[in-house]
Design a protein around this ligand. Sequence first.
Ligand SMILES: Cc1cc2nc3c(=O)[nH]c(=O)nc-3n(C[C@H](O)[C@H](O)[C@H](O)COP(=O)(O)OP(=O)(O)OC[C@H]3O[C@@H](n4cnc5c(N)ncnc54)[C@H](O)[C@@H]3O)c2cc1C
Length: 454
Amino acid sequence: MDFDLFVIGGCSAGVRCARIAAGHGARVGIAEERFWGGTCVNVGCVPKKLLVQAGEYGAWAEDAAGFGWTIKKGPHDWNKLIAAKDKEIGRLNGIYKRLLDNAGATIFETRATFIDPHTLDVGGKRVTAEKIVIATGGYPMRLDIPGAELGIISDDAFFLPNMPKRVAIMGSGYIAVEFAGIFAALGAHVDLVYRQPLPLRGFDLDLRESLAEGLNTQGIALHPSSHPKKIEARGDERILTFEGHALQTDLVFFATGRAPATKGLGLENIGVKTNDTGAVVVDHHLRTSLPHVYAMGDVTDRLNLTPVATAEGHALADTLFGKNRRTISLANVPTAVFSTPPVATCGLTEEEAAAHGPVDVYVSKFTPMRHTLTGRARKSMLKLVVDQASQKVIGAHMLGEDAPEIMQGLAIAIVMGATKADFDRTIGIHPTAAEEFVTLRTRTRVAGVAKAAE
Ligand SMILES: Cc1cc2nc3c(=O)[nH]c(=O)nc-3n(C[C@H](O)[C@H](O)[C@H](O)COP(=O)(O)OP(=O)(O)OC[C@H]3O[C@@H](n4cnc5c(N)ncnc54)[C@H](O)[C@@H]3O)c2cc1C
């Protein structure tokens, strides 16, 4: 065999796995067909957050007046922002490649597909490996409606030649609400068109309601329970028709989900099972239906987040070559949505928790200190969900400035099984929004009682 391990995909999961396995002494090959660092570095988390930060400066320039500053907000230069972003991403691409080089992995800058269970076609070259890892991630999907080709997907949004004046975003998942915030903060009129009654399906209901209010006060036009029918072009303008009415915009953006990238890999020829969405089916040890073929990250479509993909890559390399068999727990994985304001969450929603039995719910909603002077209509909301029987904090949710930074620390407490009493005996840091999490004394409500009575 040419390699002990061959990794398909030079991304969060793939690069970490290849690098750590090579560090353990394995002969490793890795193929990447598009960009080192994968989705996260090139068309995901990293450039997205840079665009979010670009938008924040505009709001800060306006808010400064409340603190006595006279800052004249000039026009925003989209092309300058994109050029700066591209330069940073180029730097990160180089780092990823160097990490692999330094670890001694053999790099292939091309596509890899299966020929047989141990043989890959790597850019026209036959390569054999003892073990193979599929880390091919996912890709953005458009809705299947007439004129869909007139809309863009998130991959395109990072390379727009100009900042549009009007954008209609379809979808209400985290990518949709993040880009709604970005475009609105950079000066566009944004329509957010979605099928659900509230954005962020699957998140805690209080969070979803608070976010809808937040998006509204940011000036984003919300179109809940809307089903787009078609897109038409009228010159440079796009007409988006949904039941009963239509809207005119300059750019239609599909943020309507992602699919696992398994097409054309040749999985069907070698007997690696996929589910009905095309995701590779894996067990707790990331094993596919073939004992020497593994899959991890978004291509398995379980919890599609970069830190999960990276942790899986590391754990798999340690397990296979580091004499350290370990797995990753997907419980209590904290996550954030970089909307304006941002959202962060860890553990169960109130609705999920209440389905298992009674829970004490603590909610606090307040105007952040900064905005008492700026006058900006912005609220923060934070919430704890506590299992009544054990008094363990099983869910924490926040909408408000710095929510993602705050939630990372709280997640440690939740993973360790901290109780409400542990939170209560922790002294707060004053004056912060985060201190609310340790000073919530009055229960807002009890949920899940009916379940307990069964
Ligand atoms: C707009 C956006 C914003 C996001 N923001 C966040 C965030 O804030 N936080 C967060 O945690 N997650 C975020 N995510 C999700 C995160 O990017 C993914 O969970 C993560 O990138 C998954 O990593 P992965 O290793 O599974 O695969 P990916 O990063 O998707 O990479 C797969 C790689 O495999 C390559 N490839 C595919 N097929 C082949 C082949 N046959 N041969 C060779 N190479 C191949 C692809 O070119 C790609 O580089 C975001 C995603 C998007 C789209």
